[in-house]
Design a binder for this molecule. Sequence first.
Ligand code: GUN
Length: 295
Amino acid sequence: MSAEIISGTEISKAIKDELKVEVTDLKEKHGVVPGLVTILVGENPASQSYVAAKNKTAHALGIHSEQVTLPEDTTEADLLALVDKCNMDDKINGILVQLPLPKHIDEAKILYAIDPDKDVDGFHPVNVGKMVLGEQCFLPCTPHGILELLERSGVETSGKEVVILGRSNIVGKPIANLMLQKRHSGNATVTLCHTRTKDTDFHTRRADIIIAAVGVPNLVKADQVKDGVVIIDVGVNRIGKSKNGKAILAGDVDFDSVREKAAKITPVPGGVGPMTITMLMKNTVQAAKQAAGLE
Ligand code: GUN
C-alpha cells in the first residue's frame, strides 16, 4: 500500500479562494480592508522566509500588510512600544511577532502585550484560555491548519487514538487540546509524547493518527507505526542546501518508508506549512470582521 498524499498546497488553495471572495465582499459591501502587520527581529533565515511568505500571501488575497524588520539588538522596550503602536492603529487588525525572538527579549512579555483582539497567532493567554475552554477565539495557526487538513481530507477523528510527538506551546500543547474537544476534527483520545516519555514507540505503534512536531529530521520510521495510520508531519527541518542555494527540507517522519504503511500522509514541503500561513489569513479576516462589528 502506498499512502494517499494529503496536499496542504491544494487544501490551502481552496481556503485561500474562499478568503479572497470574503475579502472582496468585505471591501465592496462594508468598506473594510483587513490589515496585518508582521514584526521580525533579527536575521534568522527560516523566519525571514516565513515572514516573506506571510506578506506575499496577504497581498495576494487583498489583505493590507505591513512588514516591520528590526535589527537583532532591538531592545525589549522598543519592541513593546511598537506592539503598542500597532495595538492603537485602526488599519491593523492582526499583529504577528515572528518567533523565536532574540534571547535578550522576554517572549512572553511581548506576546502578552498584544491586544487579544489582534492576536491572530492565538498565543495570548486570553486566547489560549478561551481555546482550552472551547470558546470562540483565535486558534493558533498551525494547529488550526491541522484541523482543517484532517477535516477536508475526510479523516475521522472521533474515538480515534491520536498520538502527538512534541509538547511545544505553538503546536503540541494546543493541538492536543483541540483534538480532545467536542468539535470538528476533535473527540479523539489523545496521548502527548515528549522527551521524558518512557516508551514512545509503544504509543506510536498503536496510534490511528500521529502528529509529529519535534524538529528532528526523519525521526519516525516505518517500524514505529501501524498499517493504515494517518500521518501529519509538522517538521520543517533544513537538512542542506541545493545547488541554487534553496534549503532542502525534511519532515519529522521518514516519508519514503512510512508512506508504504500509512493510509494518508502529509508531505514536507507542501503539507502543514502552507496551511499555517493560510490560517493566519483566515484569523486576520476574522479579526477585521470582529473589529467592524460584523461578527
Ligand atoms: N514561529 C514558528 N511558527 C510560528 C507561528 O506560527 N507564529 C509565529 N509568530 N512565530 C512562529
